[in-house]
Design a protein around this ligand. Structure first.
Ligand code: ZN
Length: 59
């Protein structure tokens, strides 16, 4: 996934295609060296407590 271009949630498959949408739907995290990359899971999946390998809890 090219960071900063788009983000796709591996759980619910939600995709965001620009910075504003990524910020809104995924949020960024600081990786510690000055870069911010999109969260891999969208906000909804993270708040729903979705985990890799388990069914998505977001409807
Ligand atoms: Zn999701």
């Amino acid at each position: 996934m090219p960071y900063g271009e788009y983000a796709q949630c591996p759980c619910c498959k939600k995709t965001a295609y620009d910075k504003d949408e990524i910020e809104k739907e995924f949020g960024y995290r600081n990786v510690g060296d000055g870069r911010h990359i999109p969260q891999s899971y969208c906000r909804k999946c993270r708040s729903a407590g979705c985990e890799a390998g388990k069914p998505c809890k977001v409807k």
